[in-house]
Design a protein around this ligand. Structure first.
Ligand code: SAH
Ligand code: TYD
Ligand code: ZN
Length: 406
């Protein structure tokens, strides 16, 4: 029996993925013996509707000085965060000498836009290796975990913030009440929190179950987020769907009563009711869809293997750790995974132990099929790799359904 991160009610998992390793825990062969595993299970809270993991990995095991995810590997995401920063500047930085704080600022992909414009800023990034990259770009960064205590220290040292930003990080934090309390302390009376994360509505619609892994402690909806922040006298004042990472939602939160909520908030909540995001049966159905997706993918991979086809993975994403381990994809089915991130290359994928190879090896000897683990960057990748398809190569995707393209 587990209790809800937000309201403390008892939660029963609706799906168990079994034993899983750290999603970004790429490892050398001599580290295999000590590889860490935990029970990956996801549950739905009947009382407050928050979808969440029921067991959490210690944050120091996931975020440290060898963190494998560097935000700036995607040019599409760099453009996205340029636009994100521009909209924040235009809508929320109206007072003189504004101060912007970002949680989970990684290698500075978002804050570089503020630093270049000489706007006062502060990044909070506990993974030392990615924080060092941000610093080398001239971005002020503190290497710590954000929580209520850190918020107090930041206010004492720098003053309150006009904007507190976060992308793909709020959903990583099981200590949601400490974070919300910290944000309330950190924001000026007119300040806003603007953050975005993968949206549970998209996960349900697209069966994108690979968003579920150790780092993603919660899977937000407008309803579940509103309930959380209301408990801290904060209010959702805008929501804007984003076409990144397979479907995300951007939320704008302000002190209660400080801003008039946009009609988009009520509209999205009505859509959530229609989609059944507050009902347990929706997640039972999701579980069945996930099981079907797993079976379809394994049937396809086994079939290709029996035909003697070469299949490689494209993008050693953290999401792929869920897919390979849950489905049972082994190095016999997938020769290697191609990835452009130096820290992942030459290592083994977590749990499944599929070799991760430099991108050049994919180009030098195209396989018959490439399983697109980085499907969320699909448009960017498929366009960039047109030569692969021209050479007769085919893409395998599994979101929203298992399919061979081309
Ligand atoms: N914002 C970037 C990075 C997302 S990955 C992007 O969207 O691409 C999540 C990041 O949050 C990691 O770099 C991780 O080190 C960081 N993180 C994890 N816990 C945190 C915490 N408590 N406070 C601040 N950052 C945290
Ligand atoms: P991403 O899907 O952004 O994140 P997550 O780890 O959270 O699932 O990861 C993309 C991975 O794919 C990253 O390791 C870099 C790699 N990649 C390539 O190898 N080539 C590319 O063209 C792109 C866009 C990404
Ligand atoms: Zn709850």
């Amino acid at each position: 029996m587990k209790s809800c991160l937000v309201c403390n009610s008892t939660i029963e998992p609706f799906l168990s993925f079994g034993k899983m390793p750290i999603a970004n825990g790429f490892l050398t062969s001599d580290q295999v013996r000590d590889e860490y595993f935990f029970d990956l299970q996801v549950g739905f809270c009947h009382r407050c509707t928050m979808v969440q993991l029921t067991e959490h990995v210690d944050r120091e095991k996931m975020f440290h000085d060898e963190y494998a995810f560097f935000s700036s590997t995607s040019t599409r995401m760099a453009r996205h965060f340029g636009e994100f920063a521009a909209s924040v500047r235009q809508d929320y930085l109206r007072l003189p000498d504004p101060f912007v704080v970002e949680i989970g600022s990684n290698d500075g992909i978002m804050l570089q836009n503020f630093a270049q414009a000489n706007i006062r800023h502060l990044g909070i990034e506990p993974s030392a290796n990615v924080a060092a990259v941000a610093r080398s770009k001239g971005i002020n960064t503190i290497c710590e975990f954000f929580d209520e205590q850190l918020a107090r220290r930041i206010v004492a040292e720098y003053g309150q913030a006009d904007a507190f930003l976060g992308a793909n990080v709020m959903c990583h934090l099981p200590y949601l009440h400490s974070v919300a309390a910290g944000i309330r302390i950190l924001l000026k009376p007119s300040g806003v929190l603007v953050f975005e994360d993968p949206y549970i509505g998209d996960i349900v619609e697209k069966t994108s179950y690979d968003q579920i892994y150790d780092e993603h402690a919660s899977y937000f909806s407008v309803a579940s987020i509103s309930n959380l922040f209301e408990q801290h006298d904060l209010e959702v004042v805008d929501v804007i769907p984003q076409n990144v990472h397979g479907g995300s939602m951007r939320y704008v939160i302000a002190h209660k009563g400080a801003r008039t909520p946009s009609p988009a908030v009520a509209t999205q909540r009505a859509k959530e009711t229609e989609m059944g995001l507050g009902e347990a049966t929706t997640y039972e159905k999701l579980r069945r869809n996930i099981e079907r997706s797993r079976d379809d993918l394994m049937n396809l991979l086994r079939d290709l293997k029996s035909q003697g086809k070469r299949v490689v993975g494209y993008g050693a994403t953290s999401k792929s750790t869920t897919v390979t381990n849950y489905c049972g994809i082994t190095p016999e089915l997938i020769e290697f995974i191609s990835d452009t991130t130096p820290i992942k290359q030459g290592k083994l994928s977590p749990g499944a132990h599929i070799p991760v190879r430099p991108y050049q090896e994919f180009v030098d000897d195209y396989p018959d099929y490439a399983l697109l683990f980085a499907w969320n960057h699909g448009e960017e990748i498929i366009e960039k790799e047109s030569a692969f398809q021209q050479a007769g190569g085919k893409w395998i995707v599994y979101v929203p359904e298992v399919k061979v393209l081309g």
